[in-house]
Design a protein around this ligand. Structure first.
Ligand SMILES: [Fe+2]
Ligand SMILES: [Fe+2]
Length: 195
């Protein structure tokens, strides 16, 4: 069996999302800052929860640093546009994925890695769409760079999942979670937000 090294999403983003995201880009930017904040926090939370997985602490420390750097850059762009961060109103997409996670310890660990990877994969898709749709060359370049970075992160989480579970278990669970994510994407209303 040849194993994929990327998480392939099962439902593409509706083109209406990009149209809305470009029209209401300031709102997307603010949500994007919250996403990067949550990605950095999640990396440290995973480090805290699973320090014995080989290589994980250093990888999560680097990931947290990268996500925090993304956050700082988004905040800088927001500042230039006179935008303030405000309170995080929550993200129905992340909450929906949260509900798919199982609770027993071993299952929860695998699900956390796979769900984190799926979010990175979806973020990669959406940020690449922003790069293709925004007119400002500086913003295009910024989103292109971030999309590539998130693509690296989804691969990292998939590798971590393979560290802790058999290939067949990873494939089966990843398939279930990807189906759940596709269903969620189809069901949730389109928002002026990253997800
Ligand atoms: Fe990021
Ligand atoms: Fe990321």
């Amino acid at each position: 069996m040849s194993l994929a090294d990327v998480i392939e999403l099962r439902r593409a983003t509706d083109p209406a999302w990009l149209k809305l995201a470009i029209e209401r880009f300031d709102e997307v930017l603010i949500d994007h800052a919250h996403c990067e904040k949550k990605a950095a926090a999640n990396a440290l939370s995973i480090l805290q929860a699973y320090p014995t997985v080989p290589g994980l602490p250093a990888q999560m420390a680097r990931l947290a640093r990268e996500e925090a750097a993304h956050l700082a850059r988004v905040l800088q762009i927001m500042e230039k546009r006179g935008l303030v961060l405000g309170v995080d109103r929550g993200d129905p997409y992340a909450q929906g994925l949260q509900k798919l996670m199982r609770n027993p310890n071993a299952e929860r660990q695998l699900d956390r890695f796979l769900v984190a990877g799926i979010i990175e994969s979806r973020s990669h898709e959406r940020l690449a769409l922003l790069a293709s749709g925004l007119e400002d060359p500086a913003l295009q370049k910024f989103y292109d760079e971030l999309a590539k970075s998130e693509d690296g992160h989804q691969k990292l989480f998939l590798r971590l999942a393979r560290e802790i579970a058999d290939d067949a278990v990873v494939e089966a669970r990843l398939g279930q979670l990807l189906d759940g994510e596709a269903e969620l994407i189809a069901r949730l209303p389109i928002r002026a937000a990253v997800h």
